[in-house]
Design a protein around this ligand. Structure first.
Ligand SMILES: Nc1ncnc2c1ncn2[C@@H]1O[C@H](COP(=O)(O)OP(=O)(O)OP(=O)(O)O)[C@@H](O)[C@H]1O
Length: 423
């Protein structure tokens, strides 16, 4: 049994429920059978990946659904065991790179990671394009003719991707033996190969370091004849101009409340349920125009209570409640002890893969909801500064914590001033 978000994810361009005009443009783009490098950008839950998959399906047919995730093993050099523990969560790479407790020498953390990411990115893309090309080509069925001859029926060929699925391959990049400690990490990326073009989908391109993006730029140029990159990003401001200019940028705006209501109504109809429009609208409003969140909340609400009531309580995600409680903690007491407690909670959220920008946004929201109106503008100004530092720096936790400490100091000062004015 799958979740509604997966079960009712439209799988071709015709079935897309909103931004239909844009879907038509994409179809026109594909008429030639080829396309430039693409960069899809827009807020989370707007339907970027759904569109990418629908686009590939339009181009290559149903086989593309068996797109797979490839795991590659890399050996990472580690000099010492004075280790940074907090690398266990998300790292700022564009791949779904997750470390298995990967230790890194503290003194050289940033450079090591940057260098490693650049190499890793280049190796991965190049391996996918060059080494795998021959192998993939050999296994692929002949390309579908534009207008198939009426008499000839092509012989059934085994689907290549299915074959590969049975034996996932691992590659290892050797590192010098002199290095004392080595750990293997798993790098995941998606790629599909059809005909002569390898299509590589890179998620979270905006989380790549600048160096990695530069490397990607060169790779894009080098393999322009054999490879198409489909990049996916939440924010364009973090993508370097060189990458932007090499791609056709496609903006996927967040769906409107009405569009979300219509998607929810359709899903409920398919499930044989009735959803009051007022309740669907409340779900849309609470989801912050994130369609995935709205569908998940709708399903959770159905489990909690059906038939739906207009004023039914909407089940919120745990992490959202946890962030709100963290904000309340900050307001409740401003002391080093509380700061430590908040720090632990922030780490907890990060290791559970809550994106930094989401964490920061909801934390600020929670603080603003609880603080005096005089403090609001200052808090927002301060938050903007620390958010900028998060993007510029490499360790978001430092900056979030610094923000919390600064907010505490400002709040404490404000309370003292208010009290002294009273007496
Ligand atoms: N056009 C659509 N019609 C109906 N449902 C949709 C549509 N587009 C997306 N969805 C639903 O919304 C969910 C989220 O979409 P998707 O994963 O494509 O968003 P995204 O923009 O890639 O999000 P993120 O950036 O967070 O990964 C999908 O699981 C799907 O169920």
């Amino acid at each position: 049994m799958s979740l509604w978000v997966d079960k009712y994810r439209p799988n071709n361009l015709q079935k897309l429920d909103f931004h239909c005009k844009q879907a038509n443009h994409l179809r026109n783009l594909l008429k030639e059978g080829d396309f430039p490098h693409l960069l899809f950008y827009g807020p989370s839950g707007a339907g970027k990946k759904t569109r990418i998959m629908a686009l590939l399906k339009e181009l290559y047919g149903p086989g593309v659904e068996r797109l797979r995730m490839e795991h590659m093993s890399f050996l990472v050099a580690i000099d010492e065991m004075n280790i940074l523990e907090d690398l266990t969560g998300f790292t700022r790479t564009g791949f779904s790179l997750r470390t298995r407790g990967m230790p890194v020498a503290e003194s050289e953390t940033d450079e090591n990671i940057t260098e490693y990411r650049v190499e890793e990115l280049k190796n991965t893309v190049e391996a996918a394009v060059t080494e795998k090309k021959e192998e993939v080509k050999a296994e692929l069925p002949p390309p579908l003719p534009q207008s198939p001859p009426p008499t000839e029926v092509p012989p059934p060929t085994p689907t290549p991707v299915e074959e590969k699925k049975e034996e996932p391959k691992k590659e290892e990049v050797a590192v010098p033996e002199s290095i004392a400690h080595q750990e293997s990490i798993s790098l995941s990326f998606y790629f599909t190969s059809q005909y002569s073009i390898t299509v590589i989908i890179l998620n979270e391109t905006d989380h790549l370091t600048r160096e990695a993006q530069q490397a990607l730029r060169r790779t894009m140029e080098k393999y322009i004849t054999t490879c198409r990159l489909i990049l996916c990003a939440n924010s364009m401001s973090q993508v370097i101009p060189a990458i932007r200019s090499r791609c056709l940028c496609i903006r996927i705006p967040a769906p409107t409340h009405e569009e979300i209501v219509s998607v929810l109504t359709n899903i409920c109809k398919k499930e044989g349920l009735t959803i009051p429009p007022e309740f669907a609208l409340r779900l849309a409003q609470q989801s912050d125009r994130n369609l995935r969140r709205a569908i998940l909340m709708c399903e959770a609400s159905k489990v909690q209570q059906y038939p739906f009531q207009i004023d039914q309580q909407i089940v919120e995600p745990d992490w959202k409640i946890y962030i709100r409680d963290t904000a309340k903690l900050i307001i409740s007491e401003q002391s080093p002890k509380k700061l430590l407690e908040v720090r632990t909670r922030l780490y907890e959220l990060l290791v559970h893969s809550i994106p930094v920008n989401v964490l920061f946004k909801y934390l600020l929201e929670g603080l603003l909801a609880n603080c005096d109106s005089d403090l609001k503008s200052k808090s927002i100004e301060m938050a903007a500064m620390f958010e900028h530092r998060i993007h510029k720096g490499s360790k978001p936790i430092f900056h979030i914590e610094a923000y919390v400490a600064s907010f505490m100091a400002m709040y404490l000062q404000f309370m003292e001033d208010t009290l002294s004015n009273l007496f």
